[in-house]
Design a protein around this ligand. Structure first.
Ligand SMILES: Nc1ncnc2c1ncn2[C@@H]1O[C@H](COP(=O)(O)OP(=O)(O)O)[C@@H](O)[C@H]1O
Ligand SMILES: [Mg+2]
Length: 390
């Protein structure tokens, strides 16, 4: 066969999804023949593997007597700027998102967020805090920015800044003391807006102070951006640890790598007599960390200076950097940074928890069933009907 005959045969190969042939499209760039050996060079416009696979099946059918070698030149797949392998990322300018969670309220989640965020900023990172605790947005007070006006540029709000950390909170967007009854859908919308409609700069780390528990807010966040690490804050008594287990289980279910546990209110040193009492117990988190194959990032005692720092908007890590407590926060921040640095930039995927139904399509409807089957087929490599072909 000569090159002209080969081209004639290739006119019968349609470009997948189109009525024109690969010759009509001009995708066949070069053909080399030597006896029965033929090499064909194709330039195609699709990055899709399916398109290449189909052409690899169809071309030999029209040239059955040749030993074919096919070379495909395809456009490079666009590299995502985010650290998400796939799935949504509505805030790609933020390199790492750290979710600060607790099983219950009042254990020191916001206190930890504030001091850890400042400690990481003091170690040279560009840091932000998003206060997503819509039920108790305490970050503005703890960072000393409550009552400050938010600047609006176009239709986006600029974060406030204190102690080198960018801050945005539901607390500064709602009227002080205003109570809002949040339903699931509203929480989801609020969290997404706090990521999308705030002018977050390029950040190394954004800490998110979550509402307590394991609910809609956590799921929405993990479905909207790739969360690089989860921190669990707990007090050491067993009643609190039970709730922490739920929070650590949630990280696993949402495919969030666990950075570690902060054991807060761990022991109390009496300022008068200097004796230590373990009011909420002490050291129990080490076992929990082992159980979940993670680490204790730090143990912080009950200390009046921590509470005072929170109430006055003067966080201890910034105002008393020489204190033992500040040093513990600095060490916890160091451990967190090491954990984040050890992650490959693109090994965080939230693909597994992305919703597969488009908005408005019920999973039980015939269309929904079809989408579900196609999704499963993609995952398993079979036809998705459960017939066992894979
Ligand atoms: N280690 C600590 N020592 C003393 N007070 C603390 C400590 N951790 C937190 N607090 C105080 O306890 C209260 C609850 O802490 P907070 O961070 O608001 O908890 P959460 O965000 O989990 O509800 C705050 O008044 C805070 O200042
Ligand atoms: Mg709080």
């Amino acid at each position: 066969m000569n090159i002209e005959n080969i081209k004639k045969s290739l006119e019968n190969v349609k470009y997948p999804g189109f009525s024109k042939s690969i010759i009509d499209f001009g995708f066949v760039k070069d053909i080399k023949v030597e006896d029965k050996n033929c090499t064909i060079y194709l330039d195609i416009t699709s990055t899709s593997k399916e398109v290449e696979d189909e052409l690899r099946r169809e071309i030999p059918k029209v040239l059955p007597n040749l030993n074919l070698i096919l070379f495909f030149n395809k456009p490079k797949e666009e590299v995502q700027k985010s650290n998400s392998v796939s799935g949504q990322n509505i805030a790609p300018q933020i390199k790492k998102i750290v979710m600060v969670s607790s099983g219950k309220g009042g254990v020191g989640k916001s206190t930890t967020t504030v001091n850890l965020a400042i400690a990481t900023a003091m170690q040279g990172k560009k840091v932000g805090i998003l206060d997503a605790d819509i039920y108790g947005p305490n970050i503005p007070r703890m960072m000393g920015v409550n009552g400050k006006e938010v600047e609006v540029v176009g239709n986006k709000a600029k974060p406030l800044n204190a102690y080198g950390v960018d801050i945005m909170s539901m607390g500064v967007l709602m009227k002080e003391g205003e109570a809002v009854i949040w339903r699931g859908a509203m929480i989801m919308k609020a969290i997404q807006q706090l990521l999308r409609d705030i002018l977050w700069e390029e950040l190394d780390i954004l800490f998110i102070d979550m509402p307590p528990g394991t609910g809609d807010a956590q799921l929405t966040l993990a479905q909207s951006v790739p969360v690089s690490a989860g921190i669990n804050v707990t007090t050491p008594q067993h009643v609190a640890l039970d709730d922490s287990r739920r929070s650590l289980d949630m990280f696993q279910k949402l495919h969030i790598p666990t950075a570690g546990i902060i054991e807060n209110m761990s022991g109390f040193i009496c300022p008068n007599c200097n004796t230590e009492s373990d009011i909420f117990d002490k050291g129990t988190c080490e076992e929990l960390a082992k159980e979940y194959k993670t680490q204790v990032l730090g143990s912080l005692p009950i200390e009046p200076a921590i509470r005072r720092g929170g109430d006055s908007g003067k966080p201890i890590v910034y105002f008393e950097p020489e204190s033992i407590t500040a040093k513990r926060y600095m060490m916890a921040a160091e451990k967190l940074i090491a954990m984040l640095d050890s992650q490959e930039s693109n090994d965080i995927s939230n693909e597994a928890i992305q919703p597969i139904m488009p908005a408005g399509v019920s999973a039980c409807s015939p269309e929904g069933q079809k989408i579900k089957a196609e999704h499963q087929a993609k995952k398993s490599g079979g036809c998705g009907t459960g017939c066992g072909c894979k």
